[in-house]
Design a protein around this ligand. Structure first.
Ligand SMILES: Cc1cc2nc3c(=O)[nH]c(=O)nc-3n(C[C@H](O)[C@H](O)[C@H](O)COP(=O)(O)O)c2cc1C
Length: 433
């Protein structure tokens, strides 16, 4: 079905379009399910709304949070999500996504501590509770730009992502991978000391750990078989676990369950049938991580923000017009999230990519939670545009269309340009210039 921009004046109109497309969009007018508390392992959240990791490219050169970072997180905190999944934080300097990506070190530990205190304080004051805060620990791999220009560290060649093949010396060695794994021990130790509640070993969007999940063509211990392709992620988790000493501090992962590239270039895809998802391996992997690392929650996502961003975040406007209706993209994400949650009912799942539905995003979140298709709904672009939407959902049972994200792609364009990212429409005084 052809791409179409958002034009739904009512929930009924949206429902009718979803029906026409045979899209899986469980919408609910009753948003109360979003305000039920939830246990995540030994921890608890006050509501079912998570703010997804949203990199702001506004750290200081040494990786500490900058003034705009602080502003973003205090806006998020006052908004009242039950959980803030703090943005990608680099584990080694050479794998930073930009010269302004955050990077937690001994030297800037106090800056992170202070920010976390301020986040909890702001939420307590405004909402009467503090959110759980998970740090996303990352190695940007193929998308490393530590000095502002690409310095890719790749698992293996991937034709859908390389218009011309990258030089062979960009393929990381097994020794490099072992060194990168070890960095997760230091990251976990610092993450605990900074005061985060848990750490995400990031495995999504085709950054290094995610890329390795489909490294079918890589020889040696990190490529080919399922055991080899998942080795890096599991070893990173093992390294992180070895450093965990604080009771209640947990490990988790934000994981791509589908990359949106044909086999053998993507994870979670059917071997014989083009782009059709096959979640057998993702279900197996999350189940194994749950067993070995006792994950209290997993954050499910899809796609690659550089090559197929419509899979990751359905939009009205972007660098290209996708060959599908955005509601089909929403449906693929919601069906994938639901399939994982139903296959693994004892792992609470956070779903992704709700923002496309604008003022009806809360209805999709509520329908997904009420139907037990996920335990929490994660919001990304909406958190930039309209961080206080949770209050409106709670008090009025509805979101304000004049404040909602319009999926214009502005925040992503700022991120790609390596400049501070935020909403150019709803927070224009800061980000439009
Ligand atoms: C500007 C920007 C920054 C992002 N930063 C991260 C990040 O640090 N880590 C991550 O896992 N995803 C990141 N994402 C993806 C979002 O977390 C989210 O999955 C995506 O925007 C879809 O959700 P939405 O429809 O609610 O926006 C980013 C997306 C954007 C647009």
């Amino acid at each position: 079905m052809k791409h179409s921009v958002f034009h739904y004046a009512s929930l009924d109109a949206l429902n009718a379009e979803a029906k026409k497309l045979n899209a899986f969009l469980p919408l609910s007018e009753d948003t109360a399910p979003l305000f039920e508390p939830l246990a995540l392992g030994k921890r608890a959240v006050s509501n079912r709304i998570a703010f997804q990791p949203m990199e702001g490219t506004d750290g200081t050169p040494d990786g500490a949070p900058g003034e705009l970072t602080r502003r973003r997180y205090l806006r998020f905190a006052r908004g009242g999500p039950g959980l803030i999944w703090f943005e990608a934080v680099a584990t080694v300097p050479e794998a930073r996504a930009s010269a302004h990506q955050l990077m937690l070190t001994e030297e800037n530990l106090d800056d992170f501590k202070q920010l976390l205190d301020e986040i909890r304080e702001a939420s307590l004051r405004e909402n009467g509770y503090a959110p759980l805060i998970v740090m996303q620990a990352t190695n940007s791999g193929r998308y490393s730009k530590p000095r502002g220009v690409p310095e890719p560290l790749i698992a293996c060649h991937c034709p859908p992502l390389e218009d011309t093949p990258l030089p062979e010396d960009r393929i990381v060695s097994d020794d490099d991978l072992r060194r990168f794994e070890e960095a997760y021990a230091r990251a976990a130790r610092l993450c605990q000391e900074a005061g985060f509640d848990g750490m995400d070993v990031k495995c999504c969007h085709r950054y290094l750990a995610c890329e390795l999940l489909s490294a079918y063509s890589r020889p040696g211990p990190y490529g080919g078989s399922y055991e080899n392709r998942t080795r890096f992620l599991k070893n990173c988790c093992r390294a992180a676990k070895s450093a965990v000493t604080r009771e209640g501090f947990f490990l988790t992962s934000r994981m791509n369950v589908y990359d949106g590239f044909p086999w053998p270039w993507g994870f979670g895809v059917n071997e014989r049938d083009g782009l059709r998802p096959d979640l057998t391996e993702p279900v197996r992997l999350i189940g194994e991580l749950k067993k070995e690392f006792d994950l209290p929650v997993v954050n499910v996502t899809m796609g690659n923000p550089y090559k197929n961003p419509h899979v990751n975040r359905p939009y009205d406007h972007g660098n290209y017009v996708p060959d599908e209706h955005p509601l089909e993209g929403e449906s693929r994400m919601m069906a994938g999230v639901s399939a994982i949650q139903h296959a693994l009912p004892d792992v609470p799942v956070i779903g992704s990519a709700f923002s496309y539905l604008r003022q009806w995003a809360g209805s999709l979140a509520a329908g997904m939670v009420a139907g037990r298709h996920c335990a929490m709904a994660g919001f990304g672009r909406m958190a930039f545009a309209y961080p206080d939407f949770i209050h409106d959902l709670k008090v009025n049972g509805a979101m304000d269309p004049k404040k909602a994200c319009v999926t214009c792609g502005g925040c992503a364009a700022l991120l790609r340009a390596g400049t501070p990212a935020g909403c150019v429409v709803r927070d224009r005084e800061v980000y439009k210039p």
